[in-house]
Design a protein around this ligand. Structure first.
Ligand code: PAF
Length: 294
């Protein structure tokens, strides 16, 4: 496995591989890797000749500066985990390798930078307005900005994303389609701890007490899935809200049931539409999200 910090060097390696007919699988991450990421890398390795994993804590997708500062950075350990599963290339650029000063200045001034669309009229419709989009203004623009940059640099055949970030996945699919990028987006199932907590780089920031409470999130979502046959959407929402309210350390941001494809918030479950129940909450100082398809 090689660790590369510069775009030119990465592209040199990839151009040789591509000219030899090799396929490229890509797993973009912000590091602080856990088993969920490793499953993405393993899937990429099984489906491609070369797997590139990027590790870059992207400043433009954080709307809270303290969240950006607190984001765990564990490059050495991440590299060990990736080497252990035979990942081929780790791409770990510095900020100035990925962004111009002008782009960073726009972020500092809170001005949404749309230059990543390359002049195309990219429109996410409601995908970036509901749930995470409503709670974290500018977040998905920052995600699309960095993922489009990474896609242009790596130009992979396939890219792998976890379903825990359900809305992010919808945004990336939409972005790839609208920018006409010939990349297959592969969604991978959420990886959970034994007690059901969805794996997340933020979990390490939970105190022992908070960690012991955290499984209530998946317990609630599982109960919602089970009750979806008998309760209305309004009743399911009220059930979930009451469950989370039993735990004073949890502050619910939203619980919504949405159309799994369009992400429209739905008020009625229909047998011909797949729905997804999405939740976001603060547990102490740590913001957690999760979802189940129902
Ligand atoms: O899911 C993440 O870790 C990030 O949002 C991503 C896709 C790597 C972009 O920074």
């Amino acid at each position: 496995m090689i660790i590369i910090n510069h775009i030119q060097e990465l592209q040199h390696h990839l151009n040789i591989a591509k000219s030899n007919g090799k396929t490229i699988g890509f797993v973009p991450t912000m590091g602080a890797l856990h088993q969920g990421h490793i499953e993405l890398v393993k899937k990429s390795i099984s489906e491609n000749n070369i797997t590139v994993c990027s590790i870059f804590v992207n400043p433009t997708q954080f709307n809270d500066l303290s969240d950006l500062e607190k984001y765990p950075r564990t490059l050495e350990n991440d590299s060990k985990l990736l080497a252990a599963v035979n990942c081929n290339i780790v791409f770990a650029p510095e900020i100035m390798e990925m962004y111009t000063q002008k782009e960073l200045d726009l972020k500092i001034k809170n001005i949404e930078d749309k230059s990543w669309t390359d002049g195309k009229a990219v429109d996410f419709g409601i995908l970036d307005k509901v749930m995470e989009g409503a709670q974290r203004p500018g977040h998905f623009n920052g995600v699309a900005q960095v993922v489009s940059k990474l896609f242009r640099i790596v130009q992979p055949n396939k890219a792998y994303f976890g379903q825990k970030d359900f809305q992010q996945l919808a945004i990336i699919r939409s972005m790839t389609k609208q920018l006409e990028m010939p990349i297959e987006i592969i969604a991978c199932a959420i990886v959970r701890e034994a007690d059901g907590l969805a794996m997340s780089s933020r979990n390490v920031r939970l105190t022992e007490k908070e960690r012991s409470i955290a499984p209530l999130i998946y317990k609630t979502l599982s109960a919602v899935k089970e009750k979806a046959h008998t309760l209305s959407v309004t009743e399911l929402k009220s059930f979930a809200e009451k469950q989370i309210a039993t735990e004073p350390l949890m502050q619910l941001e939203y619980f919504e049931i949405a159309n799994a494809e369009t992400l429209e918030i739905i008020t009625e479950l229909k047998s011909n539409t797949t729905a997804v129940a999405c939740i976001a909450l603060k547990l102490g100082n740590v913001r957690l999200i999760d979802n189940v398809v129902i």
